[in-house]
Design a protein around this ligand. Structure first.
Ligand code: CTP
Ligand code: MG
Length: 599
């Protein structure tokens, strides 16, 4: 039985997976391979049988020569020999097929398995990880590096194993003619492995460089495509092209370096020497009367088998080296620490919705900016304290960059604070079971993300399996029903397909629909967009008040109409609470507050 453990802890999300080793790339790949034992058996049997039957040909040809060189040649002796050669070569073809099939199967299965493992591990990583790791680089690893692992098995390992047995056969078969004939194939094998070891050692850093430069090029490409609007808006196409060309050059140079090393691999030279040496040796023994003609021919044929390991060696091992480089990059990503702990054993209960911040200080982890900020002794949030009763509505206001978004992201532990305490229902959020905490908090982000799926699926994202009626009810409550019905396919309209894109206001209402679906205890609405026409504004307003009913709600907004009816208004300035209270109180007491409405 396979042992099952949870994947790389600590993580925010785990799933039961087989227990793979994560200590080194080779062990990790091996722990994947070993689970397909019968496929491995098939590859090895196929490779061995293929080589053994290939070795039979020169042996039988040698016998045929000897039969013909008799004083009274008997041509009938040739017929069984010919049939034997024909028959064994058919079997050999089947065995070869088995080897190729096994290797291909292994490659494809491993590719799928490793892709799954990587994906699950990525979902388990904290936002801290994701905000520091470029998407393009992750994409390069999840696609191309995983693909390299596949190629490492077929053709890589397939040919390495296949050609290994071709190297062994002359050593096994030569002594049947004369023990001294072992010298050449043995010397060849020693020189071959020695040069291979050196070759692989010089190749490894280049393989790593090839994979890394490729990932780098990808991440820049994906970033500039993501930001293509900005690039065009700023007329920076030329400089982006220049950057891309530079990155592409690095990839090219790395590949050229690899080709250079491949070209210097001396296996071809060794093969030439082995053939010359072996033939000379055999002829010498022939002159001494220790070998007959057929035996010389058979031996020569056996030596010719060494051309398979010679010709495949440079690129088959390159493939293996590239696969291992890819494996190292994937494993590095899987193993990279993720700071948040999902705290599976933590507090898990129905939430009332009381929130308290006690002297909260927060700085974004590890970014250059965070470094600068903490050097200057200033955090994104500084000693923020407030308390909200269940069901209250809180408006968070402040200038751009004041820390509003950062503040609300601490409630569901998108990020963890550096100092102080964030409490939900009187319990530190770090004491909560992360899944329980997050499933009861719904966050509508500043830039709302919609999946390229149907509107229905987008609304029901937090509750897959919801009925059409439930989805429509949520759509109505979110004031989204009317505009959805204007689409030809209504709720089945796929976003992003055939030009269906949504305006900011429409996206927001879909996101509100999501919130209605999950019925969270705490709703957070990061609504810093302001330019919306008054008819839409009115609808959103109504949707929001409906959504806020019966739950604790945080609204980040610039709209006076929304701020007014909040139970508590928090005015942030440069990461500090500048003022706090109700609208009427603040209008009288706070300059900072009145100033916001003068902008
Ligand atoms: N910040 C950061 N790393 C992030 C996000 C934000 O270092 N991943 C910094 C920003 O540079 C900013 C500060 O944190 O100085 C507060 O950012 P944020 O909370 O996003 O500000 P908001 O008040 O939400 O600003 P806006 O109204 O523009 O949304
Ligand atoms: Mg913001």
């Amino acid at each position: 039985m396979e042992t099952m453990t949870t994947l790389t802890s600590p993580a925010e999300f785990t799933i039961q997976r087989p227990n793979y080793s994560h200590t080194s790339a080779i062990r990790w790949v091996f722990s994947h391979v070993i689970r397909h034992n019968w496929v491995i058996v098939m590859v090895f049997l196929g490779a061995f049988g293929n080589a053994a039957l290939a070795a039979l040909v020169p042996v039988l040809v040698g016998d045929a020569f000897n039969a013909m060189l008799q004083p009274m040649p008997d041509t009938r002796a040739l017929i069984p020999l010919a049939l034997l050669i024909g028959g064994t070569q058919v079997i050999r073809g089947i065995l070869q097929l088995g080897r190729n099939f096994g290797a291909e199967l292994l490659g494809q299965r491993l590719e799928a398995e490793i892709r799954d493992e990587l994906y699950i591990s990525l979902l388990g990583k904290s936002m801290t990880f994701h905000s520091l790791q470029p998407v393009g680089d992750t994409m390069a690893r999840a696609t191309n590096d995983v693909r390299e692992i596949n190629l490492m098995f077929n053709p890589g390992m397939n040919l390495v194993i296949g050609s290994f047995f071709f190297l062994v056969m002359p050593i096994v078969a030569a002594p049947r003619y004369h023990p001294a004939l072992l010298i050449t194939p043995v010397l060849f094998a020693i020189a071959y492995f020695a040069s291979l070891a050196r070759y692989l050692k010089t190749l490894q850093p280049i393989s790593d460089e090839v994979r890394a430069s490729f990932g780098n090029m990808n991440s820049h490409l994906s970033e500039s495509l993501d930001g293509v609007e900005t690039v065009k808006g700023a007329a920076q196409e030329d400089s982006e092209v220049e950057r891309f060309v530079l990155n592409a050059k690095r990839v090219r140079d790395a590949f050229i370096k690899q080709g250079d090393i491949e070209a210097r691999f001396i296996a071809f030279l060794l093969y030439g020497i082995a053939i010359a040496l072996g033939l000379t040796h055999a002829l010498f023994l022939f002159r001494e009367g220790l070998l007959n003609t057929g035996q010389v021919i058979a031996y020569f044929g056996l030596l010719r088998m060494l051309d398979f390991p010679t010709f495949t060696s440079s690129w088959a091992y390159t493939q293996v080296s590239m696969g291992l480089a890819g494996a190292r990059r994937i494993l590095e990503l899987i193993n990279r620490e993720t700071d948040l702990d999902q705290n599976a054993a933590g507090h898990s209960a129905e939430m009332k919705g009381e929130i308290e911040f006690r002297n909260v200080t927060f700085t974004y982890p590890d970014t250059e900016r965070a470094q600068r900020v903490s050097d200057s002794g200033e955090s994104v949030l500084n000693s923020v304290s407030f308390k909200v009763k269940p069901g209250q509505t809180v408006a968070v206001v402040g200038q751009t960059g004041a820390g509003k978004t950062s503040l609300v992201k601490l409630i569901n532990r998108t990020y963890d604070i550096n100092d102080g305490q964030v409490l939900v229902d009187g319990m530190d959020v770090r004491e909560w079971n992360l899944a329980s905490l997050r499933s009861q908090i719904s966050m509508i982000e500043q830039d709302i993300f919609l999946f390229s799926r149907s509107i229905s699926e987008n609304i029901a994202f937090g509750r897959p399996g919801a009925t059409q009626d439930e989805v429509e009810a949520a759509g109505k409550a979110a004031q989204a029903h009317d505009f959805i019905e204007t689409f030809e396919k209504g709720y089945e309209t796929v976003i992003g397909e055939r030009g269906v894109t949504l305006s900011g206001g429409q996206r927001q209402r879909l996101a509100l629909g999501r919130a209605f679906m999950t019925d969270p205890r705490i709703l957070i609405l990061d609504d810093s967009t302001s330019a919306i026409d008054s008819a839409t504004e009115d609808k959103i307003q109504r949707a929001i008040s409906a959504a806020a009913r019966g739950r604790t709600t945080f609204i980040i907004t610039h709209r006076l109409s929304q701020i007014r009816w909040a139970d508590l208004i928090i005015v942030l300035r440069k990461g500090r609470v500048a003022a706090m209270g109700t609208h009427d109180e603040l209008m009288q007491t706070s300059d900072a507050y009145s100033r916001i409405f003068q902008e």
